[in-house]
Each structure stands twice: as structure tokens, then as C-alpha cells.
Design a protein around this ligand. Structure first.
Ligand SMILES: [Zn+2]
Length: 198
């Protein structure tokens, strides 16, 4: 991180399917729908212990589509932060795109566009190249690539999903079945950077 002029590195996390469970609960429209992935909570804590900022970037087209309001989303994110805090896990920021479009882009913030990552980088003085984007969909990784994030991580237990998504041409695409698996890899990768000055 010495080449990045004292900027921070970040772990950008998608929300639905990464921070919270969506298997039996695909739509999160009230705080009661917010069920945390425990392994993600633990990973968030460890990433921050390593000195990374941890920032949630989430597409919330349900606002444009009238399923929930900005106030509803604030309540949901309050609950999310509360549940994470119970594990000692804290997010440095939560950015969301309230717009919706499927094909023709009408905003800069909805993933696969990089707007939220660029905004977060400006707000928190983040070096994007040394950061990670973690998501469960192609759009998440495309946003990371578009923002010049160097490590893009797909969380899915669907085998070779990166290839199915056509992402195999990008050198820095990783796939893990869950955040615990990513964390095991990550801590080995970064192990030389910790412990000595504790
Ligand atoms: Zn947007």
C-alpha cells in the first residue's frame, strides 16, 4: 500500500446475497427481511482489523419501482448495521443506487456502472487499484472492473460461474463459495503484513 500515497484500500461488498441471506427471502423490503450472513459479519471484522475500509455498495431499484422508500431503506440499513455490530463488524459506509434500468443506462451509479465505487473512493480517499469488489452477480464484478478495482471476487457455489458470465478474460477474477472461504485465502495472502507490530 506504500505506492498509493497513504490512501486506504477498501473491501467493497454487495449487499443482497453477500451481507444478507436471500435464499428463502429474495426481497428485502422491511427490517425483518434483513437476515445477516454470519460468515460475512466475521469477515468484515477481520478485513477492518487488517486496515481495510469496508463499504457496502448496493443496487436498490425497488425504490424506483415503488416497493420501498428511502426511509424504509434507512431503517433496513440501520437493522443491518445493528446485526453486524453484534458480531463486532462495522461498515465504513453504505452507498445505494435507488434507480432502476435493465438495458439502457439512465444513471451512473447502478452496477455494472462504477459510480458508487468512484463516489466511495472520493469520500474516503480510497485507492481503487488495491481494493477488492465482492459480489454474487456479474454486475458487481463489472462495476469493480469499470472502477479499476484490481481484485474482483464472485461469491457463489455455482461452479465456474465466472466462465458462465464470460468473465474469464479478466485476470483478477476470483470465485469462492462464501466469505469464510475468501477470508481463509485472503488471510494467507496478507499474512506477511500483520502480526509483527502488534
Ligand atoms: Zn443509480
Amino acid at each position: 500500500m506504500d505506492s498509493s500515497e497513504n490512501k486506504s484500500s477498501a473491501i467493497f461488498l454487495d449487499r443482497d446475497g453477500v451481507i444478507n441471506v436471500i435464499k428463502n427471502n429474495p426481497f428485502v423490503n422491511t427490517p425483518d427481511d434483513m437476515i445477516i450472513n454470519h460468515d460475512t459479519a466475521i469477515a468484515i471484522k477481520v478485513f477492518r482489523d487488517y486496515g481495510f475500509k469496508v463499504i457496502c455498495v448496493t443496487n436498490q431499484g425497488g425504490i424506483a419501482n415503488g416497493y420501498l422508500t428511502h426511509e424504509d431503506l434507512d431503517d433496513i440499513h440501520y437493522k443491518m448495521r445493528e446485526l453486524l455490530a453484534a458480531h463486532g463488524a462495522y461498515l465504513d459506509d453504505v452507498l445505494y443506487c435507488p434507480h432502476y434500468w435493465s438495458e439502457t443506462p439512465t444513471c451512473e451509479c447502478r452496477k455494472p456502472r462504477p459510480g458508487m465505487l468512484l463516489e466511495a473512493a472520493a469520500r474516503h480517499d480510497i485507492d481503487l487499484f488495491s481494493s477488492y469488489m465482492v459480489g454474487d452477480r456479474k454486475e458487481d464484478l463489472m462495476a469493480g472492473i469499470a472502477a479499476n478495482v484490481h481484485q474482483n471476487v464472485l461469491i457463489s457455489d455455482v461452479k465456474n460461474l465466472g466462465i458462465k458470465y464470460g468473465l474469464e478474460m479478466y485476470a483478477n477474477i476470483w470465485q469462492f463459495s462464501c466469505l469464510s472461504e475468501m477470508l481463509a485465502f485472503f488471510t494467507q495472502f496478507h499474512i506477511r503484513g500483520v502480526g509483527c507490530d502488534a
